[in-house]
Write a protein that binds this ligand. Sequence first.
Ligand SMILES: Nc1nc2c(c(=O)[nH]1)N[C@H]1C(S)=C(S)[C@@H](COP(=O)(O)O)O[C@H]1N2
Ligand SMILES: [Mo]
Length: 398
Amino acid sequence: MQRRDFFKMSLAVSAVALSSSASAGVTTQPIDNRKVSRIAFPEKKPLITYSDRPPLLETPREVFSKAITPNDEFFVRWHLPEIPTYIDTETYTLHINGLVDKEIHLTLKDLKENFEQVEVTAVLQCGGNSRSAFKPQAGGIQWGSGAMGCAKWKGVRLRDILNRAGLQKEAHWIGFNGKDNAAYYESPSFIRELEISELDDHVIVAYEMNGEDLPYLNGFPLRLVIPGYYSDSWVKMLSNVTVTKEYKNLFFMDVAYRVPDNDCECEDPNDKAKVTKPITHMNVKSVIGYPTNETVVHHNSHVVVRGVAWDDGHGIKDVFISTDEGKTWEASVLDVDAGRYAYKAFRFSFKPTKYGKTTVMAKAVNRLGQEQPLAKDIQWNHGGYKYNGIDTVTFEVV
Ligand SMILES: Nc1nc2c(c(=O)[nH]1)N[C@H]1C(S)=C(S)[C@@H](COP(=O)(O)O)O[C@H]1N2
Ligand SMILES: [Mo]
Protein backbone atom coordinates (compact mmCIF):
# COMPACT_ATOMS: atom_id res chain seq x y z
CA MET A 1 0.00 0.00 0.00
CA GLN A 2 1.53 3.25 -1.11
CA ARG A 3 -0.91 5.63 0.41
CA ARG A 4 -2.55 5.52 3.74
CA ASP A 5 -5.80 7.34 3.98
CA PHE A 6 -7.02 7.59 7.52
CA PHE A 7 -9.87 9.84 6.65
CA LYS A 8 -12.31 7.00 6.24
CA MET A 9 -11.49 5.86 9.72
CA SER A 10 -13.05 9.12 10.87
CA LEU A 11 -11.52 10.41 14.02
CA ALA A 12 -14.60 12.32 14.97
CA VAL A 13 -16.58 10.58 17.62
CA SER A 14 -19.84 12.22 18.43
CA ALA A 15 -21.99 12.30 21.52
CA VAL A 16 -19.35 11.05 23.85
CA ALA A 17 -20.21 11.29 27.49
CA LEU A 18 -17.02 11.97 29.37
CA SER A 19 -17.60 11.87 33.06
CA SER A 20 -14.66 13.37 34.81
CA SER A 21 -13.49 11.51 37.85
CA ALA A 22 -10.69 13.99 38.37
CA SER A 23 -11.91 15.38 41.63
CA ALA A 24 -13.19 12.09 43.02
CA GLY A 25 -11.25 10.15 45.59
CA VAL A 26 -9.18 11.37 48.48
CA THR A 27 -6.18 9.08 48.17
CA THR A 28 -2.79 10.16 46.96
CA GLN A 29 -2.82 7.44 44.32
CA PRO A 30 -3.56 8.07 40.66
CA ILE A 31 -7.23 7.62 39.97
CA ASP A 32 -8.47 4.49 38.27
CA ASN A 33 -10.47 5.95 35.46
CA ARG A 34 -13.32 3.53 35.62
CA LYS A 35 -15.95 6.14 34.92
CA VAL A 36 -14.27 7.64 31.87
CA SER A 37 -15.59 6.30 28.56
CA ARG A 38 -13.60 3.79 26.59
CA ILE A 39 -13.70 4.37 22.85
CA ALA A 40 -12.14 2.36 20.04
CA PHE A 41 -10.24 4.70 17.68
CA PRO A 42 -8.74 3.55 14.34
CA GLU A 43 -6.22 0.71 14.88
CA LYS A 44 -6.97 0.79 18.61
CA LYS A 45 -8.94 -1.27 21.09
CA PRO A 46 -11.27 0.71 23.34
CA LEU A 47 -9.05 2.93 25.50
CA ILE A 48 -9.83 5.40 28.30
CA THR A 49 -10.82 8.53 26.38
CA TYR A 50 -10.32 12.07 27.72
CA SER A 51 -10.89 13.87 24.44
CA ASP A 52 -11.58 12.92 20.83
CA ARG A 53 -10.10 16.02 19.21
CA PRO A 54 -7.25 15.83 19.56
CA PRO A 55 -7.38 12.18 20.67
CA LEU A 56 -6.23 11.66 24.26
CA LEU A 57 -6.34 7.98 25.10
CA GLU A 58 -5.05 6.14 28.14
CA THR A 59 -4.00 2.50 28.39
CA PRO A 60 -5.90 0.53 31.08
CA ARG A 61 -3.84 -0.75 34.01
CA GLU A 62 -4.24 -4.46 33.22
CA VAL A 63 -2.12 -4.05 30.06
CA PHE A 64 0.94 -3.48 32.29
CA SER A 65 1.09 -7.07 33.42
CA LYS A 66 3.32 -7.68 30.40
CA ALA A 67 6.60 -6.10 29.32
CA ILE A 68 5.59 -5.02 25.80
CA THR A 69 2.55 -2.82 25.23
CA PRO A 70 0.65 -3.90 22.11
CA ASN A 71 0.21 -1.22 19.42
CA ASP A 72 -3.56 -1.38 19.61
CA GLU A 73 -3.51 -0.71 23.36
CA PHE A 74 -0.80 1.94 23.33
CA PHE A 75 -1.84 5.34 24.74
CA VAL A 76 -2.24 8.41 22.54
CA ARG A 77 -1.53 12.06 23.18
CA TRP A 78 -1.68 14.95 20.68
CA HIS A 79 -1.65 18.65 21.54
CA LEU A 80 -3.08 20.06 18.35
CA PRO A 81 -6.41 19.33 16.72
CA GLU A 82 -5.32 19.27 13.06
CA ILE A 83 -3.66 15.94 12.35
CA PRO A 84 -3.26 15.10 8.64
CA THR A 85 -5.41 12.11 7.82
CA TYR A 86 -3.86 11.48 4.43
CA ILE A 87 -0.27 10.37 4.07
CA ASP A 88 1.37 9.48 0.78
CA THR A 89 4.18 7.13 1.70
CA GLU A 90 5.91 7.64 -1.67
CA THR A 91 6.28 11.39 -1.33
CA TYR A 92 6.42 11.79 2.45
CA THR A 93 9.70 13.57 3.15
CA LEU A 94 11.87 14.27 6.16
CA HIS A 95 13.66 17.61 5.68
CA ILE A 96 17.00 18.35 7.35
CA ASN A 97 17.99 21.99 7.19
CA GLY A 98 19.49 24.92 9.08
CA LEU A 99 23.18 24.88 10.01
CA VAL A 100 24.09 21.89 7.87
CA ASP A 101 26.59 21.57 5.03
CA LYS A 102 23.84 20.51 2.66
CA GLU A 103 20.11 20.30 3.15
CA ILE A 104 18.75 16.82 2.65
CA HIS A 105 15.26 15.54 1.94
CA LEU A 106 14.71 11.90 2.73
CA THR A 107 11.81 9.73 1.63
CA LEU A 108 10.74 6.71 3.65
CA LYS A 109 12.43 4.56 1.02
CA ASP A 110 15.71 6.47 1.47
CA LEU A 111 15.56 5.92 5.20
CA LYS A 112 14.82 2.22 4.88
CA GLU A 113 17.34 1.49 2.14
CA ASN A 114 20.25 3.88 2.50
CA PHE A 115 20.92 3.83 6.24
CA GLU A 116 21.78 1.23 8.82
CA GLN A 117 18.56 -0.06 10.43
CA VAL A 118 18.63 -0.26 14.22
CA GLU A 119 16.24 -1.39 16.95
CA VAL A 120 15.69 -0.38 20.55
CA THR A 121 13.09 -1.46 23.09
CA ALA A 122 12.18 1.62 25.08
CA VAL A 123 9.54 3.04 27.41
CA LEU A 124 7.52 6.00 26.15
CA GLN A 125 6.01 7.87 29.11
CA CYS A 126 4.32 11.26 29.19
CA GLY A 127 5.80 13.54 31.83
CA GLY A 128 2.24 14.00 33.10
CA ASN A 129 1.62 10.28 33.61
CA SER A 130 -0.15 9.61 36.97
CA ARG A 131 -0.84 13.35 37.31
CA SER A 132 -4.19 12.66 39.02
CA ALA A 133 -2.25 11.62 42.14
CA PHE A 134 -1.13 15.19 42.86
CA LYS A 135 -3.01 16.92 45.66
CA PRO A 136 -4.00 19.68 45.25
CA GLN A 137 -4.88 18.89 41.68
CA ALA A 138 -2.19 19.93 39.18
CA GLY A 139 -3.07 21.47 35.83
CA GLY A 140 -3.53 19.25 32.78
CA ILE A 141 -5.15 15.99 31.79
CA GLN A 142 -5.89 13.96 34.91
CA TRP A 143 -4.08 10.85 33.70
CA GLY A 144 -4.12 7.65 35.74
CA SER A 145 -0.95 5.60 35.26
CA GLY A 146 -1.58 4.57 31.66
CA ALA A 147 0.00 7.50 29.78
CA MET A 148 2.88 5.20 29.00
CA GLY A 149 3.90 2.06 27.15
CA CYS A 150 6.93 0.07 26.06
CA ALA A 151 7.60 -0.97 22.46
CA LYS A 152 10.35 -2.25 20.24
CA TRP A 153 11.17 0.61 17.88
CA LYS A 154 12.95 0.23 14.56
CA GLY A 155 14.43 2.97 12.46
CA VAL A 156 17.54 4.95 11.66
CA ARG A 157 19.96 6.68 14.04
CA LEU A 158 19.39 10.43 14.11
CA ARG A 159 23.17 10.77 14.31
CA ASP A 160 23.59 9.01 10.95
CA ILE A 161 21.02 11.31 9.35
CA LEU A 162 22.72 14.42 10.75
CA ASN A 163 26.12 13.16 9.59
CA ARG A 164 24.72 12.72 6.08
CA ALA A 165 23.76 16.41 6.09
CA GLY A 166 26.93 17.47 7.92
CA LEU A 167 26.71 19.70 10.99
CA GLN A 168 28.27 23.15 10.80
CA LYS A 169 30.59 24.42 13.52
CA GLU A 170 28.11 26.69 15.32
CA ALA A 171 25.37 24.03 15.34
CA HIS A 172 24.05 23.72 18.88
CA TRP A 173 20.28 23.13 18.97
CA ILE A 174 18.04 20.88 16.94
CA GLY A 175 14.36 21.62 16.46
CA PHE A 176 11.96 18.82 15.54
CA ASN A 177 8.64 19.56 13.94
CA GLY A 178 5.68 17.28 13.24
CA LYS A 179 2.92 17.54 10.66
CA ASP A 180 0.13 18.30 13.08
CA ASN A 181 -1.19 21.85 13.20
CA ALA A 182 -3.09 24.18 15.43
CA ALA A 183 -6.59 25.16 14.37
CA TYR A 184 -5.59 28.84 14.45
CA TYR A 185 -2.56 29.97 12.55
CA GLU A 186 -1.20 32.06 15.43
CA SER A 187 -0.51 28.99 17.53
CA PRO A 188 2.86 27.41 16.93
CA SER A 189 2.96 23.85 15.65
CA PHE A 190 4.41 21.06 17.73
CA ILE A 191 8.12 21.69 17.92
CA ARG A 192 10.62 20.34 20.38
CA GLU A 193 14.23 21.37 20.70
CA LEU A 194 17.17 19.42 22.04
CA GLU A 195 20.82 20.26 22.44
CA ILE A 196 23.06 18.30 20.13
CA SER A 197 25.02 17.17 23.19
CA GLU A 198 21.87 15.47 24.53
CA LEU A 199 21.71 13.11 21.57
CA ASP A 200 23.44 9.78 21.71
CA ASP A 201 23.38 6.81 19.37
CA HIS A 202 20.22 5.46 20.95
CA VAL A 203 18.14 8.30 19.53
CA ILE A 204 16.38 7.10 16.40
CA VAL A 205 13.91 8.22 13.79
CA ALA A 206 11.54 5.27 13.95
CA TYR A 207 9.12 3.96 11.34
CA GLU A 208 8.27 0.66 13.03
CA MET A 209 6.74 -0.21 16.39
CA ASN A 210 6.60 -3.83 17.58
CA GLY A 211 7.34 -5.10 14.07
CA GLU A 212 4.62 -3.09 12.30
CA ASP A 213 4.27 0.35 10.76
CA LEU A 214 3.70 2.95 13.46
CA PRO A 215 -0.03 3.24 14.15
CA TYR A 216 -1.42 6.45 12.70
CA LEU A 217 -2.19 7.89 16.14
CA ASN A 218 1.31 7.08 17.40
CA GLY A 219 2.93 9.15 14.68
CA PHE A 220 2.78 7.32 11.34
CA PRO A 221 4.97 7.27 9.31
CA LEU A 222 7.94 8.59 11.37
CA ARG A 223 8.62 9.60 14.94
CA LEU A 224 11.53 10.48 17.12
CA VAL A 225 12.48 7.93 19.81
CA ILE A 226 14.61 9.22 22.69
CA PRO A 227 15.13 6.30 25.08
CA GLY A 228 15.23 7.32 28.75
CA TYR A 229 13.52 10.68 28.14
CA TYR A 230 9.92 11.64 28.81
CA SER A 231 7.96 11.45 25.59
CA ASP A 232 7.14 15.13 25.04
CA SER A 233 10.31 15.24 22.95
CA TRP A 234 9.43 12.13 20.93
CA VAL A 235 7.96 14.17 18.07
CA LYS A 236 5.39 12.28 15.98
CA MET A 237 4.71 12.54 12.25
CA LEU A 238 8.18 14.02 12.10
CA SER A 239 8.74 16.14 9.00
CA ASN A 240 11.44 18.72 9.79
CA VAL A 241 14.74 18.66 11.61
CA THR A 242 16.25 22.13 11.82
CA VAL A 243 19.71 22.78 13.21
CA THR A 244 20.30 26.17 14.85
CA LYS A 245 22.84 28.04 16.92
CA GLU A 246 20.43 29.67 19.36
CA TYR A 247 17.53 28.21 21.26
CA LYS A 248 14.34 29.54 19.72
CA ASN A 249 12.08 30.15 22.67
CA LEU A 250 9.02 31.08 20.65
CA PHE A 251 7.85 27.53 20.59
CA PHE A 252 5.00 25.74 22.29
CA MET A 253 7.25 23.55 24.38
CA ASP A 254 8.87 26.49 26.06
CA VAL A 255 6.08 26.71 28.59
CA ALA A 256 4.80 23.17 29.03
CA TYR A 257 6.71 20.13 30.28
CA ARG A 258 8.87 22.08 32.70
CA VAL A 259 9.51 21.70 36.44
CA PRO A 260 10.96 24.14 38.98
CA ASP A 261 14.71 24.47 38.61
CA ASN A 262 15.60 23.57 42.21
CA ASP A 263 16.81 20.40 43.97
CA CYS A 264 13.36 19.03 44.83
CA GLU A 265 11.89 20.18 41.48
CA CYS A 266 8.97 21.28 43.60
CA GLU A 267 7.04 24.39 44.53
CA ASP A 268 4.28 25.65 46.72
CA PRO A 269 0.88 25.72 45.00
CA ASN A 270 0.52 29.37 46.07
CA ASP A 271 4.03 30.42 45.17
CA LYS A 272 4.95 29.40 41.66
CA ALA A 273 8.67 28.90 40.97
CA LYS A 274 10.13 31.61 38.78
CA VAL A 275 12.87 29.58 37.19
CA THR A 276 12.01 26.29 35.50
CA LYS A 277 13.78 23.66 33.42
CA PRO A 278 12.55 21.11 30.87
CA ILE A 279 11.78 17.59 32.04
CA THR A 280 14.25 15.21 30.45
CA HIS A 281 15.31 11.95 32.15
CA MET A 282 12.64 9.67 33.60
CA ASN A 283 12.81 8.77 37.29
CA VAL A 284 12.48 5.27 38.72
CA LYS A 285 8.91 3.98 38.75
CA SER A 286 6.75 0.86 38.73
CA VAL A 287 3.12 0.12 37.96
CA ILE A 288 1.17 -2.97 39.00
CA GLY A 289 -0.79 -4.58 36.13
CA TYR A 290 -2.37 -7.40 38.16
CA PRO A 291 -4.28 -7.41 40.40
CA THR A 292 -6.25 -4.25 39.64
CA ASN A 293 -8.68 -2.38 41.86
CA GLU A 294 -11.47 -4.42 40.26
CA THR A 295 -9.94 -7.85 40.89
CA VAL A 296 -11.83 -10.28 43.09
CA VAL A 297 -10.14 -13.56 44.10
CA HIS A 298 -11.23 -16.60 46.03
CA HIS A 299 -9.64 -16.82 49.48
CA ASN A 300 -7.85 -20.03 48.78
CA SER A 301 -6.04 -18.93 45.67
CA HIS A 302 -2.50 -17.80 45.05
CA VAL A 303 -2.28 -14.29 43.71
CA VAL A 304 0.54 -13.65 41.27
CA VAL A 305 1.21 -9.91 41.37
CA ARG A 306 2.58 -8.72 38.02
CA GLY A 307 3.76 -5.39 36.75
CA VAL A 308 6.49 -3.34 35.11
CA ALA A 309 9.33 -1.14 36.35
CA TRP A 310 11.72 1.19 34.55
CA ASP A 311 13.95 4.23 34.85
CA ASP A 312 16.00 6.32 32.41
CA GLY A 313 18.34 3.50 31.41
CA HIS A 314 20.45 2.88 34.51
CA GLY A 315 18.50 -0.31 35.00
CA ILE A 316 16.11 -1.74 37.60
CA LYS A 317 17.82 -3.69 40.36
CA ASP A 318 14.84 -4.75 42.47
CA VAL A 319 11.11 -4.41 42.76
CA PHE A 320 9.85 -4.93 46.31
CA ILE A 321 6.29 -5.90 47.12
CA SER A 322 4.35 -5.25 50.30
CA THR A 323 1.05 -6.96 51.11
CA ASP A 324 0.75 -5.42 54.61
CA GLU A 325 0.41 -1.73 53.76
CA GLY A 326 4.12 -1.07 53.67
CA LYS A 327 5.21 -2.65 56.96
CA THR A 328 7.31 -5.35 55.32
CA TRP A 329 8.71 -5.70 51.82
CA GLU A 330 9.83 -8.73 49.83
CA ALA A 331 11.76 -8.91 46.59
CA SER A 332 9.82 -9.94 43.49
CA VAL A 333 11.16 -12.08 40.65
CA LEU A 334 12.43 -10.01 37.72
CA ASP A 335 12.25 -11.05 34.07
CA VAL A 336 15.37 -11.42 31.96
CA ASP A 337 16.71 -8.21 30.52
CA ALA A 338 14.98 -6.76 27.47
CA GLY A 339 17.50 -3.90 27.40
CA ARG A 340 18.26 -0.97 29.66
CA TYR A 341 15.47 1.26 28.32
CA ALA A 342 12.75 -1.41 28.37
CA TYR A 343 10.16 -2.29 31.00
CA LYS A 344 11.43 -4.77 33.51
CA ALA A 345 8.55 -7.15 34.19
CA PHE A 346 8.20 -8.42 37.78
CA ARG A 347 6.08 -11.05 39.48
CA PHE A 348 5.42 -12.03 43.08
CA SER A 349 3.30 -14.88 44.31
CA PHE A 350 1.43 -14.84 47.61
CA LYS A 351 -1.60 -16.28 49.35
CA PRO A 352 -3.92 -13.73 50.99
CA THR A 353 -4.52 -14.56 54.65
CA LYS A 354 -7.66 -12.51 55.28
CA TYR A 355 -10.99 -11.80 53.63
CA GLY A 356 -12.00 -8.42 52.26
CA LYS A 357 -9.92 -5.57 50.89
CA THR A 358 -6.24 -6.33 50.47
CA THR A 359 -3.62 -3.91 49.25
CA VAL A 360 -0.52 -4.65 47.22
CA MET A 361 2.27 -2.10 46.91
CA ALA A 362 5.24 -2.09 44.51
CA LYS A 363 8.47 -0.15 44.94
CA ALA A 364 11.23 -0.19 42.32
CA VAL A 365 14.91 0.49 43.04
CA ASN A 366 17.43 1.14 40.28
CA ARG A 367 21.14 0.37 40.04
CA LEU A 368 22.02 3.78 41.46
CA GLY A 369 19.98 2.95 44.57
CA GLN A 370 17.27 5.47 43.69
CA GLU A 371 13.83 4.30 44.75
CA GLN A 372 10.22 5.34 44.53
CA PRO A 373 9.03 7.56 47.37
CA LEU A 374 5.87 6.85 49.33
CA ALA A 375 2.90 8.53 47.67
CA LYS A 376 2.55 10.86 50.67
CA ASP A 377 6.14 12.08 50.27
CA ILE A 378 5.74 13.15 46.65
CA GLN A 379 6.47 16.85 46.26
CA TRP A 380 4.23 19.10 44.26
CA ASN A 381 4.83 20.94 40.98
CA HIS A 382 2.22 22.98 39.15
CA GLY A 383 2.34 20.99 35.92
CA GLY A 384 1.92 17.66 37.73
CA TYR A 385 5.01 16.15 36.13
CA LYS A 386 7.25 13.23 37.08
CA TYR A 387 4.95 11.52 39.60
CA ASN A 388 6.63 8.30 40.73
CA GLY A 389 5.08 7.41 44.09
CA ILE A 390 4.99 3.76 45.21
CA ASP A 391 2.12 2.11 43.35
CA THR A 392 -0.81 0.63 45.30
CA VAL A 393 -3.80 -1.43 44.26
CA THR A 394 -6.61 -2.72 46.44
CA PHE A 395 -8.37 -5.91 45.45
CA GLU A 396 -10.90 -8.08 47.16
CA VAL A 397 -10.67 -11.53 48.69
CA VAL A 398 -13.99 -13.39 49.00
N1 LIG B 1 3.82 15.86 16.47
C1 LIG B 1 3.58 15.67 17.78
N2 LIG B 1 4.40 14.87 18.45
C2 LIG B 1 4.19 14.65 19.78
C3 LIG B 1 3.14 15.29 20.47
C4 LIG B 1 2.27 16.13 19.72
O1 LIG B 1 1.32 16.73 20.23
N3 LIG B 1 2.53 16.30 18.36
N4 LIG B 1 2.99 15.08 21.83
C5 LIG B 1 4.14 14.57 22.57
C6 LIG B 1 3.76 14.09 23.88
S1 LIG B 1 3.61 15.25 25.11
C7 LIG B 1 3.60 12.76 24.16
S2 LIG B 1 3.19 12.24 25.72
C8 LIG B 1 3.82 11.74 23.12
C9 LIG B 1 2.67 10.75 23.05
O2 LIG B 1 2.99 9.71 22.17
P1 LIG B 1 1.90 8.67 21.72
O3 LIG B 1 0.70 9.40 21.28
O4 LIG B 1 2.51 7.83 20.66
O5 LIG B 1 1.59 7.82 22.94
O6 LIG B 1 4.02 12.30 21.84
C10 LIG B 1 4.84 13.44 21.80
N5 LIG B 1 5.05 13.81 20.42
MO1 LIG C 1 3.04 14.19 27.06
